[in-house]
Design a binder for this molecule. Sequence first.
Ligand SMILES: C[S@@+](CC[C@H](N)C(=O)[O-])C[C@H]1O[C@@H](n2cnc3c(N)ncnc32)[C@H](O)[C@@H]1O
Length: 206
Amino acid sequence: MSEIHPVYSSYEVLNFTAEMTRYVIDNNIKGDLIECGVAAGSQIAMMQKTQLELNEKRTIWGFDSFCGIPYATEHDATQPAIGEIDRYKLGLLESTGVSSHSKDSVIENFNKWNQSTDNLRLIEGWFEDTVQPTSKQIKQIALLRLDGDLYRSTQVCMKHLFKKLAKGGVLIIDDYHLEGCAKAIHEFIAQDKIKHIHNIAYYIKP
Ligand SMILES: C[S@@+](CC[C@H](N)C(=O)[O-])C[C@H]1O[C@@H](n2cnc3c(N)ncnc32)[C@H](O)[C@@H]1O
């Protein structure tokens, strides 16, 4: 058994996920807990650990291709972990091989971190195909964590999930420092409404 540890972030970022999970529960903000872009599953495991410690068991939804980040579009400045954007593969929904973790490996990590999976819904596929149909099963969201790196990966999640974020619910925007992600966010939220703490961008729905 080992402790949940960050794979793509820092302890500061991981602890902020715990803090915001605690925040929505303590403030009785009803709704599910969601991450789009789970990779190895550290953040959703931290949501689980935190809520179980508070005797809550809300549904946790984790969306991912489970085969890595796709190709950037013309709205992005770079291809994550690669650099230059491949103009011949612009917007292609095909894995670049970056941040590739299978669904089984996420379950294995939950087991290793001693976190239950019975309330965990891992939705495999491109957000562009999965988020809209799956959103029909989601009534309300208390915590929405976006970590898909790219413009379109962020835009499609905002389009179908942001409207379900409860009043007082929290949106964590992992990639706000990336041009494409920020651009997608600003289509829904004005720049001056985004809060920042230790380099983490977030928003609380009024
Ligand atoms: C940086 S990683 C996420 C890191 C993770 N949240 C953490 O903190 O450990 C980005 C993830 O987003 C997923 N992703 C990005 N765009 C996607 C898309 N359009 N559809 C499905 N998955 C996508 C990738 O497969 C990858 O696992």
